[in-house]
Design a protein around this ligand. Structure first.
Ligand code: FES
Length: 140
């Protein structure tokens, strides 16, 4: 796949993600048709990037950075706190459909590690207490 094609497909998939909360099979088929790609190629792009999902996600999407600088600053505590508090594991959505917990590579906030992104907003210098505070605000 050429760089140009990849550059054209990402905005389409991002828009679909924002609109539907995930990439649906219809979107994959339509994008493939529009760009003259195979469904497999589009599917490959849709499953490659951590900010895209082919699975329906919760109302709030939490993405904890799993890259080394955050890991060295105890990102595992962030993940464990969220898992305990929400009762779901990484890759899962809570039963009420309110939260999805995912991990991602660096989100560009290494100087504030450990960091996470919630609904596209970056939170850094995370501690267990700060994570609990953020979750409580999201529950309101
Ligand atoms: S390594 Fe976590 S934000 Fe960069």
């Amino acid at each position: 796949m050429s760089r140009e094609t990849r550059a054209r497909i990402l905005p389409i998939l991002r828009e679909a993600q924002a609109k539907h909360g995930h990439i649906t099979p219809d979107v994959v088929a339509e994008a493939a048709d529009t760009l003259g790609m195979t469904v497999g190629d589009v599917y490959g792009v849709a499953t490659f990037y951590s900010f895209l999902s082919i699975e329906p996600l919760g109302e709030h999407v939490i993405m904890v950075c799993k890259s080394v600088p955050c890991w060295m600053k105890n990102s595992q505590v962030v993940i464990e706190t969220i898992q305990q508090e929400l009762g779901c594991k990484v890759g899962e959505t809570t039963e009420d459909g309110k939260f999805s917990l995912l991990t991602t590579n660096c989100i560009g906030a290494c100087d504030h590690a450990p960091a996470m992104m919630v609904d596209g907003e970056v939170y850094g210098d995370l501690t267990r207490e700060k994570v609990l505070e953020i979750l409580n605000q999201l529950r309101r």
